[in-house]
Design a protein around this ligand. Structure first.
Ligand code: RAT
Ligand code: ZN
Length: 408
C-alpha cells in the first residue's frame, strides 16, 4: 500500500494554489537563486537566534553579504536541522549542487548560468507541479505599473487579486484609490463602495485572477462595526459573486510582533472562528478558501467546513508547514472531511523552494494516506490504484479546479 500511494503521489503533478512566485513577464518581481533562497525570511528569523548580528546591522548589508552570513551561520557553523534550513539542502541536492560547500561562489556560478524561461520548467518538473498560483497586489506600485502597461499572461502562473491593502489598511490606501480617480473616502461613505467595486472589476478584467485573497490578523471579527465589514459586504463579496471568484481568507497573523525583523517579524495568534461561521452563513453564494495560521484553530475549521459546503480548507500555512504539524492536520482533515479539502500549498517566495516544499508534502502525506487506506481495508473495503489516483487528483488538483470553475 505504501509504495502504491508513494508512486501515485510521485507521478501526479500538483497545482500549487498559493505562492509568492511571479511569471517571467513580471520581471524582477520573480525571485530565484542561492542568495534569494538564503535570505528567505523564515531563515532570517533563524539567523538572529544563532548569530550575534543585530537586525539593524543586518539590514545595512548587501544581499550577497546577508546570504554569506546566513550560509556561514546556519549551514557551516551549525547543522541545518530546521525545516527551512533543511529545505535549502534538499534544493541544492535536487539541482546536483554541493550542499556541503564552505563558500557560496560555486553555487552562485550555477545560478548565474541559468536562463529563467528554460529553468522554470526544470524546477516545476523537479517539484512535480504544473501551476504556481501567484499573489498579485494591485496597490504595489511596481507591480501595478507592469500590469497597467500590459503583460503577457503565462498559464503556468495564474493570477490572484490580493487585496490586503484595501481590507486591512483602508485608511492609508483610500487616498491612493482617490488619486487614481475613484470617488472614495476614508469613512467608506457616499459612492465609496460602488467605486471600490469599480476598482476591483477593473483589476479582475486586467489580471483575470482565479480568486481574490486577503490575509487577516488573529483578532479579525466579522461582522464588526467598521469599514472593513462594509467593504466585505458591499464591495468585495459582491464582486466575487459577479465574477464567480472564490475569496481566500488566510486568518491568524499577528503582524510585526518584532518590527526590527521586518518580513520575519510576524507572529501567530488563535482566531475567533465565529467570523468564519458568520461569513459562511451570511454569504451562501460566495465560495471561500480558508487557511487558519494557528494550530489551535485547525479542529474548529474542520468542524465548520462540515457544516458549510461553501468553505474549502486549504494548506498548512507558514508556521504550520513543519512535518509534525502537517502530519497531525492532514490526518485530522482526512478523518473529518474525507478528500474534500486541499492538503497543502507551498507559499514559495523563491522559485526553487517549490522543490523542497512539495517533496516534503509528498513524503509526509504519503504514509498518512496509506494508513487511511489500511484502516479502510481492515474495516472491509480494499482500494485500487485507480481509487488512490482519483483521491490524489482531488486533493492536489481537481478540488481546486472545480472550486475556481464553478459558475462558469
Ligand atoms: O508564508 C509567508 O511567506 C508569509 O510571509 C506570508 O506571505 C503569507 O503567506 C501571506 O500570504 O500573507
Ligand atoms: Zn503567502
Amino acid at each position: 500500500m505504501d509504495t502504491v500511494v508513494e508512486d501515485v503521489l510521485a507521478t501526479t503533478s500538483f497545482i500549487d494554489i498559493h505562492t509568492h512566485l511571479f511569471s517571467p513577464s513580471l520581471g524582477s518581481l520573480g525571485l530565484w537563486g542561492i542568495d534569494e533562497l538564503l535570505t528567505y525570511h523564515y531563515l532570517e528569523a533563524e539567523l538572529f537566534r544563532f548569530s550575534p548580528v543585530s537586525p539593524e546591522h543586518y539590514w545595512t548589508l548587501t544581499k550577497t553579504q546577508r546570504a554569506d552570513l546566513v550560509w556561514k551561520t546556519l549551514f557551516v557553523d551549525n547543522t541545518p536541522l530546521s525545516e527551512a534550513a533543511r529545505g535549502v539542502i534538499a534544493v541544492l541536492n535536487a539541482l546536483k549542487l554541493d550542499a556541503a560547500s564552505k563558500t557560496l561562489e560555486p553555487l552562485r556560478e550555477y545560478f548565474r548560468s541559468r536562463k529563467i524561461e528554460e529553468y522554470i520548467p526544470h524546477v516545476f518538473r523537479l517539484a512535480g507541479i504544473t501551476h504556481a498560483v501567484m499573489t498579485n497586489d494591485p496597490l504595489d506600485s511596481e507591480e501595478a505599473g507592469m500590469w497597467m502597461r500590459g503583460i503577457e499572461q503565462d498559464p503556468q502562473f495564474p493570477a490572484v487579486l490580493r487585496i490586503d491593502r484595501i481590507l486591512n489598511q483602508w485608511s492609508s490606501h483610500c487616498t491612493v484609490l482617490a488619486a487614481q480617480g475613484y470617488a472614495v473616502d476614508v469613512d467608506g461613505s457616499g459612492a465609496s463602495m460602488k467605486e471600490v467595486r469599480r476598482f476591483l472589476a477593473g483589476w479582475v478584467a486586467r489580471m483575470k485572477p482565479v480568486y481574490m485573497a486577503v490575509s487577516l490578523e488573529d483578532t479579525f471579527l466579522f461582522p464588526a462595526d467598521d469599514v472593513r465589514t462594509r467593504l466585505f459586504r458591499e464591495a468585495v463579496l459582491p464582486t466575487c459573486r459577479e465574477f464567480h471568484l472564490p475569496m481566500s481568507l488566510m486568518i491568524g497573523v499577528r503582524r510585526q510582533i518584532n518590527p526590527a525583523l521586518r518580513l520575519a517579524g510576524d507572529g501567530v495568534g488563535r482566531a475567533d472562528m465565529h467570523a468564519v461561521e458568520n461569513l459562511a452563513l451570511q454569504f451562501p453564494d460566495n465560495r471561500f478558501l480558508i487557511s487558519m495560521l494557528s494550530r489551535e484553530n485547525q479542529h474548529e475549521l474542520c468542524v465548520i467546513a462540515r457544516k458549510f459546503r461553501n468553505l474549502l480548507p486549504f494548506g498548512c500555512w507558514w508556521f504550520l508547514n513543519n512535518t509534525s504539524i502537517v502530519e497531525e492536520m492532514t490526518r485530522e482533515r482526512l478523518e473529518m472531511l474525507g478528500t474534500s479539502f486541499i492538503p497543502q500549498h507551498s507559499d514559495a517566495r523563491i522559485l526553487e523552494q517549490v522543490i523542497y516544499k512539495w517533496r516534503n508534502t509528498r513524503r509526509t502525506v504519503g504514509p498518512i494516506l496509506a494508513q487511511s487506506y489500511k484502516l479502510l481495508a481492515a474495516d472491509g473495503r480494499n482500494v485500487t490504484r485507480d481509487d488512490i489516483q482519483r483521491d490524489v487528483n482531488r486533493l492536489f488538483r481537481t478540488n481546486f479546479e472545480n472550486w475556481i470553475r464553478r459558475g462558469d
